[in-house]
Design a protein around this ligand. Structure first.
Ligand code: BYC
Length: 326
């Protein structure tokens, strides 16, 4: 059982200096950014380290499903665009690891947590990319969901995370458009291409809705993270916004969202939609996703094969520092 919200809040109050905590909470309530050297409650530091490092891991693992298609992109133009996108994801990972390091956990510790299976990364990257249309669907839906989640994070209360998000969001909107443009090309192509696009939507729709996390009622972290303005909108609010924006985009493509319960609700001013398969979500979170093992094996191999690059960079930095000292 998760600790209840009240228990969590009482624990924070019992551990921390009440004056410092009150001053911190007042700063957060006034929408001031908290910076690395400022006092912060330990639970705030832990939550941020958890969320930012998971986010960094997701960016890096997220390179794998698409990297897999660089050599098979259907034209030079598509190959150049995909290369740039995958490289952007590496950059996002680096900004985010740097932001997490400012909270006192080293990059090595975070990477070790990922490789040993202790750390989480987004469930979405545990699904395989079977056809070129999947690259379109990932850009459109996965980057689309990422933007929805990350735009509010530009106003998250921790300064380094917020500033990293500003850059990440600019690039994500390019990623989303390149994905949608692939889908437009496929939907305007042959009957087979359109079928591939529909098949990709069928397979990526539900996993994309899972990216926003469990329903608010079952989310152990949302309430405290909202109070501390780490999260600015809840999982369910963001999921609803994503559905509302994405369904008309599917209609414009002439594709059908694979949800029989999907229906515009005039009174609510939102789409009603079916229940996500939460059993599947929790299984993927536990590391039982369809290609989870392959993803971690690829990450570990990349880390080992990259050892000489890290050694060379460290030797160069040492040489430069010695030169400067002399
Ligand atoms: N996958 O209390 P909750 C990208 C975990 S990268 C795995 O709601 P929280 C992209 C959650 O960690 C996309 N785990 O938690 C890259 C928690 O477990 P712990 C990544 C999930 O943190 C390349 C437990 O379930 N984006 O966009 O308040 C190419 C309970 O959840 C997931 C980010 O990371 C999941 N989907 O809310 C293309 C954004 N959902 O840690 C695209 C930043 C939940 O307590 N992160 N869990 O053991 C966030 O906004 C939040 O962390 C979440 C979860 C909304 C994901």
């Amino acid at each position: 059982m998760y600790t209840t919200e009240l228990q969590k809040s009482n624990q924070v109050r019992a551990i921390e200096d009440p004056e410092k905590l009150a001053a911190f909470e007042a700063r957060v309530a006034a929408d001031e950014f908290i910076e690395p050297k400022d006092w912060m409650p330990e639970a705030y530091r832990r939550t941020l380290t958890r969320q930012i490092s998971q986010h960094a891991h997701s960016e890096i693992v997220g390179m794998l499903p698409e990297g897999n298609w660089i050599s098979r992109a259907p034209s030079l133009r598509r190959k150049a665009i995909l290369l740039a996108k995958v490289q952007d994801e590496a950059g996002h990972g680096l900004y985010l690891y740097s932001a997490a390091e400012t909270l006192g956990t080293s990059r090595e510790e975070m990477i070790e947590a990922l490789h040993s299976g202790k750390a989480k990364y987004s469930t979405i990257f545990n699904y395989p990319t079977l056809t070129w249309a999947d690259i379109g669907a990932i850009g459109w839906l996965v980057d689309g969901a990422a933007i929805m989640n990350q735009v509010p994070l530009q106003r998250t209360s921790y300064g380094p995370y917020a500033r990293a998000m500003v850059r990440v969001c600019k690039e994500e909107s390019f990623h989303q458009r390149q994905g949608y443009e692939i889908m437009m090309a496929m939907c305007a192509g042959t009957a087979d291409q359109k079928r591939m696009a529909q098949d990709a939507l069928n397979r990526w729709w539900w996993p994309s809705l899972m990216m926003f996390g469990p329903p608010d009622a079952d989310s152990p972290n949302t309430a405290q993270s909202m109070r501390w303005r780490i999260k600015r909108e809840t999982n369910d609010e963001l999921r609803q916004k994503f559905v509302d924006i994405t369904v008309p985009q599917a209609e414009a493509l002439g594709l059908k969202v694979p949800d029989p319960a999907l229906e515009w609700n005039e009174a609510r001013g939102h789409y009603d939609f079916g229940e996500v398969d939460w059993e599947e979500f929790y299984a993927v979170v536990r590391g039982e996703g369809p290609v989870a093992k392959e993803r971690m094996a690829a990450r570990r191999e990349a880390w080992e094969e990259g050892a000489w690059v890290r050694d060379a960079a460290a030797a160069y930095a040492e040489k430069q520092a010695a030169k400067k000292a002399a």
